[in-house]
Design a protein around this ligand. Sequence first.
Ligand SMILES: NC(=O)c1ccc[n+]([C@@H]2O[C@H](COP(=O)([O-])OP(=O)(O)OC[C@H]3O[C@@H](n4cnc5c(N)ncnc54)[C@H](OP(=O)(O)O)[C@@H]3O)[C@@H](O)[C@H]2O)c1
Length: 291
Amino acid sequence: MTSERPGGTVKLGQYEIARIGYGAMQLEHVDTAAAGALLRRVVELGVNHLDTASFYGHTTVNEHIRAALHPYPDDLVIVSKVGARRVDAPVPLVLAQRPEQLREQVHLDLTSLGLEQVPVVNLRRADQGPGLIAEGDQVVPLDDQLAELIALRNEGLIGAIGLSNISTEQLEQALPAGIVCVQNAYSVLDRSSEPQLQLCAADGIAWIPYFPLGSAFDQIPSPTEHPAVQEVAAHLGATPAAVCLAWILAHNDHTALIPGTRSIPHLEANLQAASIHLDPDALATLDAIAV
Ligand SMILES: NC(=O)c1ccc[n+]([C@@H]2O[C@H](COP(=O)([O-])OP(=O)(O)OC[C@H]3O[C@@H](n4cnc5c(N)ncnc54)[C@H](OP(=O)(O)O)[C@@H]3O)[C@@H](O)[C@H]2O)c1
């Protein structure tokens, strides 16, 4: 039932997903038992949208998902991403942008998740930060990558195509491929991708921001620590994290969230964002804090 989904639902291509989903990247750092307990709680709470990648650990997070939830509930939408791969130290993550590398990663998702089709795959571009920036043979034309993803979709190995870390020009270029979602870094503090959000909304594409809570990385400013967020949270008796998430939900209807956590109490607290009402004064206060 739609009404039971946290935050209501939004369309992700052919799927109807909860507006509050779950980003599984933080599970790279926990053991199978802890990850399993959290993932089962995610599903129990009505979340039917999981975001993952084969390069979160050496397929560690995908294996956690499979161990906890396979055989998967019919309504669960697992979304993965391609564009990087895990290697051994000293640099654990490297780019893998070439078309044949994208194909390899989809196969890695299929085997590690135990799926015959990955419902949605995001192409994670690396033209700019955050994260690694493409050089040398990793600078690949977007159209070449889209052609490979379209072939994978035609073969039935992926259900739909999303994009990540992209400009408005790249999104416009990719629209004929049939894009169902975009993942860019975005939060109440970081609105640098507002034009991409607006383009998604105009085209009926789901906007699924990453780092909605400012990430686990120290160098990225944390919206939960902003005085205005803390003031609104105190006034509402809510957590700063839930206020940050509620602002994103209120800001645009085409948005779905994938906050990341390794903590069941944080997961439960984040779902409270669904019941927070931000009145015009609170919205005006939060609207004004973008950096
Ligand atoms: N497309 C891309 O390029 C891309 C890039 C990065 C991430 N992603 C996806 O986006 C998802 C979200 O990003 P993210 O996990 O990096 O960052 P995030 O959701 O912005 O923040 C995660 C951090 O917030 C903390 N946190 C979560 N809920 C909290 C709460 N209620 N109270 C206090 N702290 C809380 C977490 O710590 P605890 O674990 O202690 O709760 C963790 O340190 C990822 O899981 C991944 O699926 C996509």
